[in-house]
Write a protein that binds this ligand. Structure first.
Ligand SMILES: [Zn+2]
Length: 116
């Protein structure tokens, strides 16, 4: 079987993927039906750590009127310009027979990834 690498292009792409595919499962050692999913990045926190956030709240930050310093400003994401329009996506395949999953070897920059 020939290994097919993701074609590299310089422009952002919209990608469509099927919900289910038939693929080789290294755990079952045969071709099985597999569910296609995107690896999620998880939620992002601010610059403050969990304990620092609690201490800031105890100090009374972000409360009442007047200038609260850095707490008066909006989140950096809302006023700094975003440079990249695409994100790097890693696709994960989950076997329906043994319910084990496997990542793809290489990730891909896409502007939009649709799984249908
Ligand atoms: Zn399997």
């Amino acid at each position: 079987m020939r290994k097919v690498a993701w074609r590299k292009t310089s422009f952002p792409v919209n990608m469509k993927l099927p919900k289910k595919t038939k693929r080789y499962c290294p755990f079952c050692k045969k071709r099985t039906d597999q569910k296609v999913d995107v690896v999620s990045t998880g939620s992002k926190r601010g610059t403050l750590k969990r304990g620092a956030l609690g201490r800031a709240k105890l100090r009374g930050a972000n409360r009442g009127m007047g200038n609260q310093g850095k707490y008066s400003r909006k989140a950096i994401k809302s006023w700094k310009r975003k440079t990249k329009t695409t994100t790097r996506k890693v696709i994960i395949y989950k076997c329906t027979e043994c319910s084990k999953s496997k990542h793809t070897k290489n990730s891909r920059r896409v502007s939009k990834l649709m799984i249908e």
